[in-house]
Write a protein that binds this ligand. Structure first.
Ligand code: SF4
Length: 280
């Protein structure tokens, strides 16, 4: 994994992206119904002293602490429970951290000032996940996530506050968001919103996600079902030749836009990540 430590304040996510790879985490809790992932959200609590101690351990390791590797740390529940904010307040007490945050939510701008303060003493980057600039398509794929233009607005606000941002084009969806026009528009919009770099990954269809996504595809985009069956052939990964073609396309278009691009796999492997302790 390209990070050594993870913190996930919530389990489940109300934003309900049909391709969400974290759906399997609810199955561990015995909640196999795909709807439960979007409707039954588990909120973790923090023990501040313990978290500060663990942040110090993470700092000693020199590894990145990734906030929101499974579900979104700024999903709607954060507006009510403030767990992510309290985690960041603990991080502020430990200068010298390497912190990355991944979100689709504009709520991250609420913490722009706090992130800026953390960035004075630590390395911080916010990854805004945006898969398409087409608001109508985004609404179908990511039903309760903020519109793409609002996410780019959040990117701009963070950049103006002095917080480093990246565009995460994750996942790239075959036949839906992998075309040249969409990728070019995304990369140009990210550059204009102040992002420093872009990272991308083709859709990963792990068990749990596969059933939900293919059901969605059969209802909303039935013409694409044979193409997905051909590309994935029972595997969680798309065919390597397709993945290579898309990666080359992203690299070329990013260079045209003046952004550096990398694949998720390009980030240095930091071993098996450890979860920072939160309390159920
Ligand atoms: S915002 Fe992220 S965590 Fe939430 S459903 Fe979408 S992909 Fe999953």
């Amino acid at each position: 994994m390209p990070f050594g430590w993870t913190v996930n304040p919530y389990r489940g996510c109300e934003m309900g992206c049909h391709y969400c790879f974290a759906r399997y985490t609810h199955e561990f809790l015995g909640l196999g119904d795909p709807e439960a992932f979007e409707r039954t959200i588990y909120v973790k609590e923090i023990d501040r002293d313990r978290l500060v101690t663990e942040f110090r351990r993470a700092r000693r390791s020199g590894q990145t602490v990734a906030l929101g590797t499974a579900t979104d740390p700024y999903q709607p529940a954060e507006g009510r429970f403030d767990v992510t904010r309290r985690i960041l307040e603990a991080a502020r007490e430990v200068p010298g951290l390497r912190l990355s945050i991944t979100t689709k939510s504009t709520l991250v701008t609420r913490d722009a000032g706090l992130l800026r303060t953390i960035a004075d003493a630590s390395e911080v980057a916010v990854n805004l996940s945006i898969t398409t600039t087409d608001a109508a398509l985004a609404r179908r794929l990511e039903p309760r996530a903020p519109r793409p233009d609002l996410r780019f607005g959040a990117m701009r606000t963070l950049a103006d506050s002095g917080v480093a941002t990246r565009l995460f084009i994750m996942p790239i969806l075959p036949g839906l968001t992998d075309d040249e026009a969409n990728l070019r528009t995304l990369l140009a919009a990210a550059r204009d919103a102040g992002a420093g770099e872009a990272e991308s990954n083709v859709l990963f269809l792990r068990p749990g996600t596969r059933e939900t996504f293919m059901r969605f595809l059969a209802i909303e985009f039935p013409r694409l079902v044979p193409e997905y069956e051909r590309l994935y052939r029972g595997s969680a990964y798309a065919r390597p030749d397709y993945v290579r073609e898309v990666e080359q396309r992203v690299r070329r278009l990013a260079a045209e836009a003046g952004l550096s691009a990398r694949r998720r796999a390009d980030r240095p492997d930091q071993g098996a990540p450890r979860q920072l302790s939160l309390v159920w």
